[in-house]
Design a protein around this ligand. Sequence first.
Ligand code: NAP
Ligand code: MN
Length: 265
Amino acid sequence: MNYVVIDRGDKLSKELVTRFHELAAERGLTRNDDNPEMVISIGGDGTLLKAFHTYVNRIDDLAFIGIHTGHLGFFADWKADELEELIRMMGECEPRIVRYPLAQVELDTDEGVMTHTALNEFTLKGLDNMLVAQININDEMFEMFRGDGIVVSTPSGSTAYNKSLGGAVIHPSIESLQIAEIASINNRVYRTLGSSVVLPQHHHCDMIPRQGQRLQLTFDHIAIVRNDIRSIRCSVASRKVSFARYRPFTFWNRVREAFLGYDVK
Ligand code: NAP
Ligand code: MN
């Protein structure tokens, strides 16, 4: 099996990378940075986001595994002291592959259409002033938004930024996107729903920002600035991300352990 390791860059994570390569060689696993079948992230959820974007063009051919060197993560479910057990299982067992939905974001700009993918969420904010944008759902005007911004999250991203905004936690088996507002202004001209909405897989949402605004757009941890956005279309991506599970760790157990602290293991 070909694998690659991506780490957070701190001392502990780097030590684990060295140890990983040693143990993996003993088990007959092959390090291959260009053509991995398994991408192992050592660090936190942020490290897995980095790993995801490094290999986003190859996600149909690989699966991710997360090892956390800090607190339990949503994407990182192996502990540092379990490295040996994980590598043994990688050498001996077939993992269960779980597949999570992604967000597809198509930007219509003066330079053409650009497509981005997000594992957690896409965000849109005004850089100099508030964001002003018309929001359409399935090509029909839904609302006129004015406020700090909009967050469109995937189910697995629903526990991240979306949750801080009061959005619902969505199980990743529900192929959907959730649109949450950041501090919307409501008056006679600009009126928004207020609550977050969940779109099913075959729906899409368009954001048409007022022309000439400098906007900040993020795709997970990656931020860009543009002032030539004509419209933005968000939908559930046709591709999914795969995670390799060598032992069960259900989504609701992750939610409970991360947010409520009840440890059942
Ligand atoms: P960061 O500032 O280190 O991340 C913020 C926190 O979000 C970290 O504790 C991170 O965990 C956690 N996180 C990431 N993905 C998660 C998920 N799917 N479910 C639950 N928690 C998750 O920056 P980063 O590590 O590069 O992560 C980028 C993410 O930060 C964005 O995708 C966004 O979701 C989140 N964010 C949140 C807010 C907010 O809640 N107000 C604002 C901006 C961005 P680790 O410590 O394990 O990395
Ligand atoms: Mn982080």
